[in-house]
Design a protein around this ligand. Structure first.
Ligand code: URA
Length: 254
């Protein structure tokens, strides 16, 4: 059965690797390893091929002899500090955001990334559908950052950020920018982007011949970091999940 992709319109088929990782047991890499180790059975038979097609409504999948349970959806908002990387494992052994959520008890993934030196709001979930909606470039979910620039920026420079600057991967979309204050040699401003390219804020500020000294994400759609202490997390309310879902949906529909 593996190798030829069956018609997914007829049955809800997924690869075994995806079924295991979506069950919230671990990452896709871990799922592949466990399958190769012979820890997974489908309809009583050990299957060592992670690409084996599974009909989750009909097939019985067991991990270490126990049936897989339908997974509860989990959504958390983490206030990521600087110095933590947004991935599961770091080859250099640096701390990761997973070190901050050890008590969550279910495998969840970050929705988008924040740089090592960026702090602020990081959404994490096991709801891959919502994650895909939010990160879809067409969804335009607004993200707001507080920025400290390495010099005082002129009104014209802030206007350039609003209108769009040309980066190596093309011009940026119009942004909302508000000067918060100038303190001595620095400008503090707030910027709201509707796209999420790699290191985008830093590169936009570099295009003005300045550097970002501090970057904090404070809002994603209607989600706000609020008074959550740095390094801590909280569950999203059901209203927050719904508003994120409908904001992403309405944006992709336009
Ligand atoms: N823009 C950046 O430059 N870095 C981030 O981490 C997020 C947005």
């Amino acid at each position: 059965m593996a190798g030829t992709r069956p018609d997914e319109r007829k049955r809800p088929l997924k690869t075994l690797e995806r079924v295991i990782s979506k069950a919230g047991l671990g990452s896709r890499t871990e799922a592949r390893r466990w399958i190769h180790q012979g820890r997974v059975r489908v309809n009583g038979r050990v299957i060592e091929n992670p690409d084996h097609w599974v009909d989750f409504e009909r097939d019985r999948v067991q991990f270490d002899g126990k049936p897989l349970k339908a997974r509860e959806r989990l959504y958390i908002l983490l206030y990521k500090p600087t110095g933590y990387i947004t991935s599961y494992k770091d080859p250099e052994g640096r701390p990761t955001v997973y070190d901050l959520i050890t008590e969550v008890g279910t495998f969840i993934s970050p929705v988008g990334r924040l740089d090592l030196d960026t702090s602020g709001l990081l959404l994490m979930t096991n709801d891959t559908q919502l994650a895909e909606l939010v990160t879809n470039p067409d969804s335009h979910v607004p993200k707001t950052y507080l920025v400290k620039a390495s010099k005082v920026l002129t009104d014209e420079q802030l206007q350039q950020l609003r209108d769009g600057v040309t980066l190596s991967d093309g011009p940026t979309r119009p942004a909302h920018v508000v000067r918060l204050r100038d303190s001595g040699k620095y400008t503090h401003f707030e910027i709201t982007l509707t796209e999420g390219r790699n290191r985008q804020v830093r590169r936009m500020v570099e295009a003005l011949d300045a550097k970002v000294l501090k970057l904090v994400r404070v809002q994603l759609g209607a989600l706000r970091i609020g008074d959550l202490p740095i390094g801590r997390w909280r569950h999203l309310t059901s209203d927050e999940v719904e508003s994120l879902r409908s904001a992403s949906r309405s944006m992709t529909a336009t």
